[in-house]
Ligand binder design. Structure first.
Ligand code: PGA
Length: 257
């Protein structure tokens, strides 16, 4: 069955105390409102800053269907890469998810589809689930190139995987023009791209893989618009930035299926 997910991307925000409070509030909500009882039965992931991964993971340990994730990892497992975090470290800290290719990593840190393919590979090889982000910038959409851009990102980043490996990944479609701007993709725009991505998966692998695959929407998704975005048949949840920093808003989004 296709998994529904609501994921929060805290980015470079919050103090440790605030992060622990937020994690505890979300875990408390999930314990009082078991996710299996909610419509859509979502899983919840919190992508925290790397320095908070251990304490937040410990704080929420044992909460069913709630897990943590890193926002990035290096392409190598260890070595002289000052300032970097390897997926082996992430895994050894009990963390089971990693974001790969967020648009901020692509634009500010020059991460290419080829580099991201290596991150996907190393994450899967170490039992960490990569959530692969893709999405076009505004000029690309205005030029009508958004489908081609996303296709290239997914083909290079993911489509070299075996069917079994690919099925362990998650895609988050995040139009760059919608991230942090308050301009959300319309439900129609989100559904159109998600259906397109699912078609690509079906053609590359097969209809069963495509049908069971989770594709999230991200970009100014919040407590007010989540329900109409998630109501689309190919939108399986969201990757939430700004609105994941307030427990109340984030918990409303969790209930938006
Ligand atoms: P936003 O960020 O919800 O603040 O637009 C989403 C993201 O960058 O993942």
């Amino acid at each position: 069955m296709r998994k529904k997910i609501v994921a929060g991307n805290w980015k470079m925000n919050l103090s440790l105390t605030e992060g622990l409070e937020l994690g505890a509030a979300i875990a408390g909500f999930v314990k009082n409102n078991p996710l299996d009882n909610l419509n859509g039965q979502p899983d919840v992931i919190m992508f925290t800053p790397s320095v908070y991964l251990v304490p937040v993971t410990e704080k929420v340990a044992g909460t069913p269907k709630l897990s943590t994730g890193a926002q990035n990892c290096h392409t190598e497992l260890k070595g002289a890469y000052t300032g970097e975090t390897s997926v082996k470290m992430i895994q050894s800290a009990g963390v089971i998810n990693v974001l790969v290719g967020h648009s901020e990593r692509r634009s500010y840190f020059g991460e290419t589809n080829e580099v991201l393919a290596k991150k996907v590979e190393i994450a899967l090889a170490n039992g960490v689930t990569p959530m692969y982000c893709c999405g076009e910038v505004l000029d690309e959409r205005n030029a009508g190139n958004h489908f081609d851009v996303v296709k290239e990102q997914i083909e290079t980043g993911l489509f070299w995987l075996s069917e079994e490996e690919f099925a362990k990944t998650i895609i988050a479609y995040e139009p760059v023009w919608a991230i942090g701007t308050g301009v959300t993709a319309s439900p129609e725009q989100a559904q159109e791209m998600h259906a397109y991505i699912r078609k690509l998966i079906s053609e590359k692998y097969n209809p069963t893989v495509a049908e069971n695959y989770t594709i999230l929407y991200g970009g100014s998704c919040n407590a007010k618009n989540a329900a109409e975005l998630f109501a689309n048949k190919d939108v399986d949840g969201g990757l939430i930035g700004g609105a994941s920093l307030q427990a109340e808003d984030f918990c409303k989004i969790i209930q938006s299926f």
